[in-house]
Design a protein around this ligand. Structure first.
Ligand SMILES: Nc1ncnc2c1ncn2[C@@H]1O[C@H](COP(=O)(O)OP(=O)(O)OP(=O)(O)O)[C@@H](O)[C@H]1O
Ligand SMILES: [Mg+2]
Length: 308
């Protein structure tokens, strides 16, 4: 169960979504028509790839973020926030005239959330500027479905040099997931993403189809406070990685942190089961605290399993 970080930090390249999250805390998310007073407000970085990149750094790795923002205020704030977290933003591209992505995140007192995302405007999908030669310096790559053209070329170039690849298979259009999943080594679905991918088939069947769709090494589906189901080639039915029991205060970003932690574990050469445990602990702490944990916190939580 050792997940001690290696002496030289492992590098993860995160290619995908960055969003500026406006988070409102309310007692209850009310159905419209309604007016609700927020109990608290926070402006912070969000988006699968960006959140995951921050998690990689907090957990002791080195992260490069590849993605697109506009040349507006939100884009500047996104670049600044990632840089302040220690993420390499040399290849965060600011696209002239484009609008950056934004979200309104409404979190209730149980820590559950409703999210409205504006995916930006004018963020050219052209991936031809991506510095693919830098993949040779990385230990793993993580992509998501919000910039499919970028993910597509990054996954293919990484596969060509045998680099471990991870996909955050979040809810997206079915055609996007069906294009990306067969290109990746480790596809980790959100429950809604798996349902879209499998056309509503039961999780076990959808995971089987995902595993059979390409040379995948592992498929999984995260299910919040319930266990993560996962399969490797040759498995007939899913295995279970239990979730760590915590009192959740804000589950936003738990999935993003889970994926960042898993990709870092791959870059460090951890095995699949150890990586899933490491990621589950990181995701649980994120849900408990509403903040991304550091390595020592994750190690301590994993340690409670050994002590038990
Ligand atoms: N309430 C919780 N208690 C314990 N662990 C949790 C909880 N919520 C999330 N986690 C951990 O984080 C992982 C990812 O969470 P979840 O399945 O909610 O991601 P998601 O649906 O992709 O959501 P998002 O990407 O918006 O965070 C879970 O598999 C689990 O390991
Ligand atoms: Mg998610």
């Amino acid at each position: 169960m050792d997940s001690t970080p290696p002496r030289k930090p492992a590098t993860v390249i995160c290619c995908g979504q960055v969003v500026l999250d406006h988070t409102f805390r309310v007692d209850e998310v009310q159905a419209p028509p309604s007016k609700t007073t927020a109990r608290g407000y926070n402006l912070g970085i969000g988006g699968m790839g960006a959140h995951a990149a921050i998690a990689v750094v907090r957990l002791g790795g080195r992260a490069l973020f590849w993605g697109r923002v506009g040349d507006d205020e939100a884009g500047a704030a996104q670049a600044e926030a990632l840089d302040a977290e220690g993420v390499d933003v040399t290849h965060l591209r600011r696209i002239p005239g484009a609008h950056s992505a934004l979200s309104a995140v409404i979190v209730d007192k149980m820590g559950e959330r409703a999210i409205v995302t504006y995916r930006g405007d004018g963020l050219s999908p052209d991936p031809s500027w991506l510095p693919l030669d830098l993949l040779a310096e990385a230990g793993a790559v993580l992509t998501d479905p919000r910039w499919p053209e970028g993910s597509h070329v990054v996954l293919d170039a990484a596969a060509a040099i045998g680099l471990p690849t991870v996909l955050d298979a979040e809810k997206s259009e079915a055609r996007i997931l069906r294009d990306l999943v067969p290109r990746v080594g480790h596809a980790i679905f959100a429950a809604t993403g798996l349902s879209v991918f499998g056309g509503g088939a039961p999780p076990r069947e959808s995971l089987r189809r995902a595993l059979a769709s390409g040379p995948l090494k592992m498929v999984a589906v995260t299910r919040g406070e319930d266990s993560t189901l996962w399969m490797v080639p040759g498995d007939d039915k899913p295995r279970e990685m239990p979730a760590f029991p915590v009192q959740a205060t804000n589950t936003t970003g738990a999935g993003d942190v889970f994926h960042g932690a898993y990709a870092l574990a791959m870059a460090e050469g951890q095995g699949i089961e150890a990586a899933l445990r490491f990621a589950s602990a990181a995701g649980a702490l994120r849900a408990r605290d509403g903040a991304t944990p550091d390595r020592a916190m994750v190690e301590a939580l994993i340690g409670t399993l050994i002590a038990a």
